[in-house]
Design a protein around this ligand. Sequence first.
Ligand SMILES: CCCCCCCCCCCCC/C=C/C(=O)SCCNC(=O)CCNC(=O)[C@H](O)C(C)(C)COP(=O)(O)OP(=O)(O)OC[C@H]1O[C@@H](n2cnc3c(N)ncnc32)[C@H](O)[C@@H]1OP(=O)(O)O
Length: 371
Amino acid sequence: MKSTRELCGLFCSEMQTLTPRVYWAQRHKEIYLRVELSDVQDLDVSIKEHILHFTAQGHGAKGSNEYKFSLEFLEPVKDKPVFKATQREVNITVQKVESQWWERLTWQLKKPVFLAPDFDRWLDESDAELELKVKEDQITKVSMESRVPQDHFHNLKRGYLFMYNLVQFLGFSWIFVNMTVRLFILDSFYDTFHSIADMMYFCQILAVAEIVNPAIGLVKTGVIPAVIQVVGRNVILFVIFGSLEEMQNKAVVFFVFYLWSMIEIFRYPFYMLCCIDTEWKTLTWLRYTIWMPLYPLGVLAEAVAVVQSLAIFNETRLFSINLPWPLRMSISFALILQIYLVFMFLGLFINFRHLYNQRRKRFRTKKRKTN
Ligand SMILES: CCCCCCCCCCCCC/C=C/C(=O)SCCNC(=O)CCNC(=O)[C@H](O)C(C)(C)COP(=O)(O)OP(=O)(O)OC[C@H]1O[C@@H](n2cnc3c(N)ncnc32)[C@H](O)[C@@H]1OP(=O)(O)O
């Protein structure tokens, strides 16, 4: 009968120390080692003076045994290897001290017999450089993104703009449909003002937000074009039509209101889609094209309204300014309106150029994006 110590002696002498198969690959900054050993136990990987020492119990080419190897690296490495045993192998990553490409792995010229290239991870120098560049670019991108301050009110702003555009769209759609029905079915053309004015007042007062929005940075567009647009329309609506009853039954009211609403039933839904990062190409095209005939026609209709109102202002002296002594003069509002007429065409020119640039910018970026 053999004692336990004798049995252990017998068993242990059968467990000779062997070398596992090791595969390697490199990048500029690190070395990857893959040790072909399964069911690993008692794993120990360490680096001392740039020599890697590996010991483990495991199942390799020679069955279950203790496996060992050492590798003296060609160049200095950091002495903290990262290793992980899976069921089939042990993966080790070693950091190089200097980021550079090594011509071989080991200090000794002759390659150890147990060492072979890991073709699954193998890259030549130029490919590794490319990989490194991609990684660095990704890191730069992530760090730049994290540096951009987060806008905590983003959704609130979007929600507000969406609602604003929706209300305007509904308002101008109501005006457009109402006027179309009245024109074609009821044959009513001259009472536009009485049936539409309240809704138009509402929409145009609300449109003051279009000056505020860019002014406080809610939308990225110029304040001046918005001021020209809103002030220009409101002068016509409140001063010319609103204050002169004689103007309210004129045909020009129909043309002005119809042209305004025609443009807005495309512009506001376009903005609504922008708020939810959606694009409908036909709508974008309409928003950036339909103003070409409609803007000059609109301003022309407004100019006709101003010209028609001149005689009424002269006659009624409404809004005339009486200058105090010693001038003792009265400036007719009609004179101010004549000066305003010049500004109207200047405004038309500024906004036409602005819209033309917006159109070019929009379609140029789109083209580039699709290329
Ligand atoms: C000191 C005062 C002096 C006053 C002098 C008065 C003289 C005035 C005389 C002129 C009279 C003109 C009166 C008007 C007449 C008419 O309306 S005639 C009818 C035809 N009218 C039109 O065609 C004009 C329509 N109006 C507009 O297009 C605009 O109001 C505009 C300001 C002239 C131009 O719009 P703008 O916002 O600058 O361009 P966009 O490309 O559309 O937008 C830029 C970006 O901003 C985003 N955005 C803008 N608004 C909103 C919004 N409400 N909601 C969400 N997003 C918005 C838009 O999406 C764009 O963003 P990007 O897509 O990322 O580029």
